[in-house]
Design a protein around this ligand. Sequence first.
Ligand SMILES: O=C(O)CCC(=O)C(=O)O
Ligand SMILES: [Fe+2]
Length: 275
Amino acid sequence: MFKSQLDLTFKNVTIKKGAVLTEDQIKFYNDKGYVKPIRIYDEIEMEEINSYIESLLSASAKIGRYGLNCYHSKLQGVWDIATNSRILDCVEDILGEDIICWASAVVCKNAHSSKVIPWHQDAVIWNLTPARTVNVWLALDDADVENGAMQWIPGSHKKGPVKIDSEFSSNEIDINLLETNLPQINSLKAGECSIHADMLVHGSPANLSSRRRCAIVFRYCSPDVRSIDEKWAEEIESIICRGQDESGYWRHHPRPLNNDLAKVSESALSSVRRQ
Ligand SMILES: O=C(O)CCC(=O)C(=O)O
Ligand SMILES: [Fe+2]
């Protein structure tokens, strides 16, 4: 299958009311392509999670590894967040009872970071079909307009692949083409998450503030999703978080015993890096 054959249509969530998400929140997700804020961790839990993530960030800097991508299957602490029942309850309301986590990333912008994430639609970049991934973006710090919070174009998830001419910084996405609303800011308090559909146009500006803006994002799909990249599919670092995959396509990584970044072997990461 070729990239041009990916099914990138958004599918409405059909249940009216979820176990966690209200009728209004599900309607909002269908109409706008995201839902927020959802409280996952309280302040005390966040202290623990933040010191854990900080220890990973400093260990990764020490051993010369860039970023913390896809450690959910390799490190117990990240696996535990990926499979947190409060997160999965929300995801289940959108995807149904069978849930695969296939990627994660720590997205950290330090104070005064010039890092910009250009406008994009996740599913257009990935090789997955149909477009059925929901992204849970868990704020580790308060995120707002000052420290480079994500922004998105509500309703853009229903437009199919959108022509995006500009980097985020120029703020020139073709609003007329989208015939949709102005960008909205994904402001969140630490411990809250947002959930966005993989076809939603989003990005984030530089962090001009003196506060860090760090989050961890998990990507979940239903088991009917397939990769057009066979090699990737063979090496996928997935967790079957809930329910089952009757087709046997997705691999399940049980809770790892290891929680030490230095003990994750380089070879184990080669597939991860391709993400
Ligand atoms: O954290 C950001 O600013 C962008 C993250 C993103 O693009 C995503 O989670 O899909
Ligand atoms: Fe994204």
